[in-house]
Ligand binder design. Structure first.
Ligand SMILES: Cc1cc2nc3c(=O)[nH]c(=O)nc-3n(C[C@H](O)[C@H](O)[C@H](O)COP(=O)(O)OP(=O)(O)OC[C@H]3O[C@@H](n4cnc5c(N)ncnc54)[C@H](O)[C@@H]3O)c2cc1C
Ligand code: FES
Length: 279
């Protein structure tokens, strides 16, 4: 988007702060310069570099809808130095923003197809952006399957959203926790056990995933067994990032850069690397 210095962040105002869970919050942003806001366009699955003045800059996915006019939502998990600092920000504070970067989800290709969305872990933002997108345009997509796996049932957040997604037409929502508290009404065990309940046409499906690489590997193996082609499966990857424009090499993944060639890859493009544990 920015044709000047690609490393230069632009000032964004926090117009709302939402506490999603004890360690998870959403910042709703808008640029302070109307010209920058007007030119800013993104696609689901892309990310921005957010700069906390005097502390540091981090990659964060965009979860709001591309057609939602002026707002840019980021859901952030408190992890280390920068995210701890961002957690203290409040409405009216300002941060730096540059982006959007990377390749997002293949939303155009997925139109009229069944869609399977699989996430693992806490509030997996990249897949949430795809779910939000489909929700706004439900009639343009086939059957929708949403699968979420968490380590412990206490890690499950956004119950209201899952309840709301369950009410969408032709939509199946399946939840699993490796360890469940007494009143956890859903499945206990790995998400992979739920896969036989998915409803999709293997010849006409788009699978989108994010989460721990072990879970993604298991999902891809299952989908291949069901005759889903590797080019119909997409995953969003995370790597340590600095420049976000393919210059510094911090996010190198084989012959690819996650910031520029990803973060969303089709499985056929990274299948060989993905088979190597810890790469
Ligand atoms: C394309 C992309 C999109 C992302 N989208 C989101 C998002 O929407 N919401 C969100 O909360 N986070 C997202 N992240 C992760 C986010 O960038 C990191 O959590 C953040 O950089 C941590 O910064 P920090 O200074 O708070 O922690 P640090 O002090 O840098 O790190 C604390 C600890 O976490 C580890 N760590 C740091 N970054 C990562 C990472 N990416 N994956 C695994 N471990 C890591 C470090 O090795 C260290 O052990 C995304 C990352 C990428 C690459
Ligand atoms: S972050 Fe610099 S090359 Fe990707």
């Amino acid at each position: 988007m920015f044709d000047m210095n690609p490393y230069l962040p632009h000032e964004a105002l926090i117009i709302e702060r939402i506490q999603e869970a004890p360690e998870l919050f959403t910042l709703r942003l808008e640029f302070t310069e109307p010209e920058i806001q007007h030119r800013y366009k993104f696609e689901p699955g892309q990310f921005n570099m957010l700069y906390l003045y005097g502390v540091g800059e981090i990659a964060i996915s965009i979860v709001s809808d591309p057609e939602d006019g002026n707002i840019i939502d980021h859901t952030i998990r408190v992890l280390g130095r920068v995210t701890r600092g961002m957690n203290k920000l409040k409405k009216g504070d300002r941060i730096g923003l540059r982006g959007p970067y990377g390749r997002g989800w293949p939303m155009q290709e997925a139109r009229q197809k069944d869609v399977v969305l699989i996430t693992g872990g806490l509030g997996c933002a990249p897949v949430v952006s795809a779910i939000n997108y489909i929700q706004q345009r439900r009639a343009q997509f086939g059957r929708l399957n949403i699968v979420q796996g968490v380590k412990h049932s206490d890690d499950f957040i956004w119950k209201d959203r899952y309840d709301q997604w369950r009410e969408l037409p032709d939509t199946k929502v399946l939840l699993a926790a490796d360890v469940g508290a007494e009143l956890w009404p859903w499945h206990i065990g790995p998400v992979t056990v739920l896969f036989d309940q998915l409803e999709f046409d293997p010849q006409n499906v788009c699978v989108m995933m994010c989460g721990p690489e072990g879970m993604i590997r298991a999902t891809c193996d299952h989908m291949l067994e069901k005759q889903v082609l590797p080019e119909q499966m997409f995953l969003s990857m995370e790597r340590n990032m600095q420049c976000a424009i393919g210059h510094c090499g911090h996010c190198q993944y084989g012959d690819k850069f996650v910031c520029k060639d990803g973060p969303v890859f089709s499985y056929d493009k990274i299948r060989d690397l993905f088979a190597v544990k810890g790469f």
